[in-house]
Ligand binder design. Structure first.
Ligand SMILES: C[S@@+](CC[C@H](N)C(=O)[O-])C[C@H]1O[C@@H](n2cnc3c(N)ncnc32)[C@H](O)[C@@H]1O
Length: 191
């Protein structure tokens, strides 16, 4: 089966409870392909997905860009386990999935970044992935500030693709250089 031909096919890789969350929480396949195409430039490029969920972006990126390495950092260990298991099932050897808070990650180990509105769950009371994580508007602000500071330190030429971002996390040193076929996908480069 070609799991990469549509979201419907791809989401079959996941347990039903996880694929049921796809339209709201996981990157659509067309967006993942466009974002990965923008980020996987150069050779031996290391890309970090900030809040990687069940690994959909990283797995699609890794499949189409075998010379780049896609790492995901995800605070919910249950989702990291699922991402690892699907990457293993697809025999991908250029993904890595870590459990933890992105605030503990050294961003300088990566060249380029993907960010799908990971902090938004702090602003809503329903529609969460699950109830295992504390959320609050204060955390939304804190995470945006922390990500802003991390991004600000990175070298000129750093790329980030954002999907449905509130843009609170983007320092003014990053410029939008394009959008995807869906204008909620934005391509940024540090100048
Ligand atoms: C909208 S989902 C996107 C998942 C994945 N990037 C994708 O595109 O398919 C955002 C994910 O970010 C995770 N997340 C939110 N805040 C986080 C944090 N501070 N550190 C690590 N992961 C976080 C959530 O648990 C959720 O799985």
């Amino acid at each position: 089966m070609d799991f990469f031909s549509s979201d419907q096919q791809f989401d079959q890789l996941y347990p039903d409870s996880i694929s049921a969350l796809a339209s709201r929480h996981w990157t659509p396949i067309v967006i993942a392909k466009e974002a990965a195409h923008f980020l996987a430039v150069g050779s031996n490029t290391r890309i970090l997905d900030i809040g990687s969920g069940v690994g959909k972006f990283c797995i699609i990126g890794a499949k189409f860009h075998p010379n780049a390495v896609f790492t995901g950092i995800e605070q919910r260990d249950s989702l990291t386990q699922i991402a690892q298991s699907v990457a293993h099932e697809l025999s991908l050897n250029n993904t890595e999935f870590l459990t933890g808070n992105f605030t503990d990650i050294d961003f300088t180990r990566y060249h380029h970044f993907y960010f799908y509105n990971a902090f938004y769950e702090n602003l809503i009371d329903n529609d969460s992935i699950d109830q295992t994580i504390k959320h609050s508007p204060e955390l939304f602000n804190l995470y945006n500030r922390k990500l802003y500071k991390q991004l600000k330190k990175l070298p000129v030429g750093t790329r980030i693709a954002t999907f449905h971002s509130s843009e609170h996390e983007m320092p003014s040193s990053y410029q939008v250089v394009g959008t995807g076929s869906n204008e909620d996908l934005k391509f940024w480069v540090k100048i």
